[in-house]
Ligand binder design. Structure first.
Ligand code: DC
Length: 218
């Protein structure tokens, strides 16, 4: 039997940074499900599909073959055989991922892939619906959150350090909009599973959160 850890929470709560560290320390495989929704969103953008065209999204998602591989412990997302890691971390793709992930056909396809991956190995998987829908029997479930102000501040500092000129208010507005969309959509919205442990990282350092979750896994 594989050991499964589910981490859900809103954008910018630190899920991927924390899950990667836990994976390394515990020897689990880290699965970033947001990257799969982003790769699918990239495919829609590349094909000139816009967010309102739900019929086209349903049809086109069938043509997008999403698979993952690992290179030196890093997850590589392949879209129709091509490594797209370098293309999916933009605000445009993130927004399209949030919008297109409301689509039933997109979700069914990616949830199936995620469940197959988790059945074969000890994994720590992060996303929005892992504890509630993808892995309802996960051994440990965490709902990781932080205030929208703190999450926007972290994102702002990250972008500024990369030399991007951005406005704090715009970042915070985008985060609030994304939360609203992810939490109010009809299919598997972001919410804390009944048996998930709430961790608020607003006033916690990364290593403090990592240690807390590792102690729960042990
Ligand atoms: O975690 P992220 O920012 O990379 O995710 C991008 C979008 O993908 C997010 O706004 C909603 C969607 N998503 C989802 O619906 N379900 C998941 N398990 C992961 C992401």
């Amino acid at each position: 039997m594989s050991f499964n850890v589910a981490i859900d929470g809103p954008a910018g709560a630190g899920k991927s940074t924390i899950a990667k560290k836990i994976a390394k320390q515990m020897g689990y495989i880290y699965i970033d499900t947001g990257a799969m929704y982003r790769a699918m969103a990239l495919y829609f953008i590349q094909n000139g599909i816009n967010a309102e065209e739900s019929d086209k999204i349903s049809t086109k998602c069938k043509e997008a073959d999403i698979t993952i591989q690992y290179q030196e412990g890093e997850q590589i997302v392949l879209l129709n055989g091509k490594n797209v890691n370098g293309l999916i971390r933009t605000e445009e793709v993130g927004k399209m991922a949030s919008v297109s992930s409301v689509n039933k056909d997109v979700r069914e396809k990616l949830v199936d892939l995620q469940q197959k991956l988790a059945a074969t190995a000890n994994v720590i998987m992060d996303g929005r619906d892992i504890g509630t829908c993808v892995l309802p029997n996960a051994d440990v479930k965490i709902y990781l959150t932080a205030s929208s102000y703190i999450r926007a501040k972290r994102r702002y500092e990250e972008l500024m350090s990369k030399g991007e000129r951005v406005e704090f208010d715009m970042i915070e507005k985008d985060i609030i909009e994304r939360d609203h969309r992810d939490m109010t959509r009809e299919l598997s919205p972001l919410k804390q599973a009944e048996d998930a442990i709430l961790v608020d990282s607003s006033n916690m350092g990364i290593d403090e959160v990592v240690q807390k979750i590792i102690s729960l896994c042990k």
